[in-house]
Design a protein around this ligand. Structure first.
Ligand SMILES: Nc1nc2c(c(=O)[nH]1)N[C@H]1C(S)=C(S)[C@@H](COP(=O)(O)OP(=O)(O)OC[C@H]3O[C@@H](n4cnc5c(=O)[nH]c(N)nc54)[C@H](O)[C@@H]3O)O[C@H]1N2
Ligand SMILES: Nc1nc2c(c(=O)[nH]1)N[C@H]1C(S)=C(S)[C@@H](COP(=O)(O)OP(=O)(O)OC[C@H]3O[C@@H](n4cnc5c(=O)[nH]c(N)nc54)[C@H](O)[C@@H]3O)O[C@H]1N2
Ligand code: SF4
Ligand SMILES: [Mo]
Length: 680
């Protein structure tokens, strides 16, 4: 787009790990981005970016940007570096990786997540490089795997309602989601529905800003959503509120589910959830009687031991009432599965470059333990090199004292591609300066809507920053990888990335909607092999409520010592640990806080604003207390994810979280964490 000679408008996509994947328009004046706004024509974005990404230019031109390659000069983890040239850095990195690979390429581990979700900068040339090298594979479980696998087992894919259709709902259960903070553009549609008379019900242990704006807030105990879903099913069954026709035609395994649900009268579920039974009964009748009724399920429910089972149970609710029949009825957890047929992942990522090799897989959620493991027949070789990009594991991975100990290993060779000196970059041997979304090309699919969004570079790379793709291209050349795919430019990668879509429309308007059917499961047609929703896919048990790893029910001795359940959901003005260093946003969030209910605070002599010690067997974290009824009693909340180095003692909430995994999906259990709190 062109307006006049001084100002240029460039179309792009928000790269962040957020369901909304907004389309943006950057205004560029003399080579500098002076303004970023939401695309008014892109239906999900609706012309508005969230507060944090409106500051993306502030982040991009931040004085702390890493703009040259840096080489470590101080002790591991001290963050002391000197600038070096790209050739020196890449030659040395390639030599080190070649030397390790000559002994065993599996001693090299890529570690990446969704700092950018772009198909190019997040999963293209990097994957080709590590596949060709034969490095260890990474199981990318840290966010959505429990719920994602659960949903795929139930519906056959990560599939759900159209975002826009929530405007037509008459009842919306916002379940495990602080939508105003983390899914703002869904909230816009929920508000439309509300203005037309819809009721909004928020199911969340914390009284979030979203809960404040809903008609009803159901503050259950963390990790008890499976019990709540079973309590609802019990009432649906016993009160005769099922859509028998929908179940008979479109659900497999209902008899076993009925048997399970009949063990969960409202009183039992209420006891587990810490609710009144009448709340569960009333919600059941409202859910069954209101048409259309929608659920916006989000990942907040699945960061506990039983998270996978809970998602399976909740995902079955709209199948039991036939809520899928109407536009505005059904459920959305993730829409990413709709993109599968249109993404050429195998072409971009080239798993065939592995040849016959089948490297071991390391779970990113247990990186704390895995960096500390010695070689063994079961584990394979000790990790000797780690290449981190699009992620900040030292801040975001659970049980961080272990993660830090791993990254401090003198014998671990660490390369970090980054914008800033994060907690992880501080531990690098080399930090390589990465471009931001304003400086590189990319293509984005989404997990909260069904549009592909393209990103054009708005400005030239700042300083010596390079796109991730270019770094892996350059490393491949130095490693002697001479397959033609390592020469593909970003333009060529973009041309390979998608199929079956109107790419001309994508280029012209910056986004294109997938041809997803209207009311996708109105008449069944799930993506399972037989088209029916599955209560229990082959090899899976009938879903049930599984108490958290750490709860009075499952670990009474532990609960006696650590009686408070801690959850650590995202702060509104940060994106995981991104933006924590943007001053204007940090000013809004203030400082790391622990929300604690007035009764729990009084019992411990804790005053609002005073410093507290939060601790368990894994560690201690000090921060200030916010005495507040946002926390229900028995639950404390540490909004995340702060940079460790900005914390009082150089730690953050993940000092306390555990590496134990979920029932399904090998995912972390961040919200399954007992602690005690004391003044100090
Ligand atoms: N502003 C902002 N937006 C973000 C992010 C961010 O860090 N900041 N992170 C992004 C990422 S990576 C993701 S995965 C998504 C996450 O998206 P969501 O999973 O929707 O995350 P939250 O909005 O924090 O919602 C989680 C909510 O679940 C609640 N919760 C915690 N435990 C339980 C429980 O056991 N049961 C129930 N019912 N609720 C529970 C928390 O109190 C919180 O309010 O958001 C994305 N968007
Ligand atoms: N206690 C607790 N811990 C959590 C969570 C929680 O709710 N509670 N949430 C978890 C969840 S849902 C997630 S998804 C993970 C997220 O964990 P991560 O994916 O590690 O997310 P971020 O902390 O945002 O770190 C992303 C980093 O990528 C960098 N980056 C961005 N774009 C680029 C790029 O183009 N190139 C390069 N080289 N780097 C780039 C950013 O500067 C940033 O430092 O955290 C998890 N950790
Ligand atoms: S973080 Fe989410 S809401 Fe904010 S601009 Fe990006 S996609 Fe939109
Ligand atoms: Mo996430």
């Amino acid at each position: 787009m062109q307006t006049n000679t001084d100002l240029r408008m460039v179309r792009g996509a928000c790269p962040h790990d957020c369901p909304d994947t907004c389309a943006w328009i950057a205004t560029v004046e003399r080579g500098k981005v002076i303004r970023l706004q939401g695309d008014p024509d892109h239906p999900p974005t609706h012309g508005a970016l969230c507060t944090k990404v409106s500051r993306y230019a502030e982040r991009t031109y931040h004085a702390g940007r890493v703009l040259t390659p840096l080489k470590r000069v101080g002790p591991k983890g001290a963050g002391q570096f000197v600038p070096v040239g790209w050739d020196e850095a890449l030659d040395d990195i390639a030599a080190r990786l070649r030397e390790i690979a000559s002994r065993d390429p599996e001693a090299i581990l890529p570690y990446s997540y969704a700092g950018t979700m772009g198909m190019l900068q997040s999963e293209s040339m990097d994957r080709r490089f590590f596949h060709r090298l034969g490095a260890s594979l990474l199981d990318r479980t840290i966010c959505s795997n429990a719920g994602g696998e659960a949903l795929a087992g139930t519906y056959g894919g990560k599939l759900g309602m159209h975002l826009e259709d929530y405007a037509a709902s008459r009842l919306i259960l916002i379940w495990g989601s602080n939508s105003i903070a983390s899914n703002l553009h869904f909230w816009t549609f929920a508000q439309q529905a509300k203005r037309q008379g819809a009721r909004l019900v928020c199911i969340d242990p914390r009284r979030t800003e979203t809960a404040d704006k809903c008609h009803q807030h159901i503050a259950l105990r963390p990790g008890t959503d499976g019990a709540l879903a079973l309590g609802l099913m019990h009432e649906l069954i016993t009160a005769g509120l099922l859509d028998e026709d929908y179940i008979a035609r479109h659900v497999d395994g209902f008899d076993a589910l009925r048997e399970r649900a009949l063990q969960w009268p409202a009183a039992r579920a209420a006891e587990v959830c810490g609710l009144d039974a009448a709340v569960i009964t009333a919600l059941t009748h409202e859910y069954a009687a209101t048409r259309p009724a929608a659920i916006r399920l989000n990942y907040g429910v699945q960061r506990v031991r039983g998270g996978g089972n809970a998602v399976r149970l909740i995902a079955l609710l709209p199948c039991l009432t036939g809520a899928w029949r109407e536009r505005g009825g059904g459920l959305l957890l993730s829409s990413s599965g709709w993109f599968r047929a249109f993404r050429n992942d195998a072409v971009l990522q080239r798993p065939d470059l592995l040849g016959d090799r089948r490297p071991r897989t390391i779970n990113m959620s247990t990186i704390g333990d895995d960096l500390l493991r010695d070689s063994s027949p079961a584990f394979g070789p000790r990790v000797e090199a780690i290449v981190v990009y699009n992620s900040n594991p030292v801040a975001v991975a659970p049980d961080s004292s272990k993660v830090v100990a791993g990254f401090r290993r003198e014998d671990l060779f660490t390369v970090v591609l980054e914008h800033f000196l994060t907690d992880t970059a501080d531990h690098a041997d080399y930090v390589l300066p990465a471009t931001t979304q304003l400086e590189h090309r990319d293509l984005h699919t989404a997990y909260g809507h069904t549009y592909v969004v393209a990103n054009e570079p708005a400005v030239a790379p700042l300083g010596q920053a390079r796109p991730n793709t270019q770094v892996f291209r350059d490393l491949a050349a130095r490693m002697g990888f001479d397959e033609p795919c390592f020469a593909d430019t970003d333009e060529q990668l973009a041309a390979q990335a998608l199929q079956g879509l109107d790419l001309q429309a994508l280029r012209a308007q910056g986004w294109v909607k997938l041809p997803v059917p209207d009311r996708p499961f109105a008449d069944g047609g799930f993506s399972t092999p037989n088209g029916r929703a599955q209560v229990a896919p082959p090899g899976w048990a009938v879903p049930d409520h599984l108490p958290p790893h750490e709860s009075p029910a499952s670990a009474p001795a532990l609960a006696a010592r650590y009686p408070l359940a801690m959850i650590s959901p995202p702060a509104r003005n940060f994106l995981n640990s991104t933006f924590v260093n943007v001053q204007s946003l940090r000013d809004i969030e203030g400082e790391p806080l622990l929300e604690i209910h007035p009764d729990d605070a009084a019992a411990r002599g804790i005053a609002d604003g005073s410093v507290v010690r939060v601790f368990n067997d894994r560690g201690t974290y000090r921060c200030k207390a916010a005495v507040s009824t946002r926390a229900r009693s028995g639950v404390v909340i540490g909004l995340g994810v702060w940079w460790r180095k900005l914390g009082l003692d150089g730690t953050n909430v993940n000092e306390l979280t555990s590496q134990r995994l979920t029932d399904i999906g090998r995912a972390p259990t961040f919200y399954d964490c007992l602690v005690e709190v004391q003044p100090g």
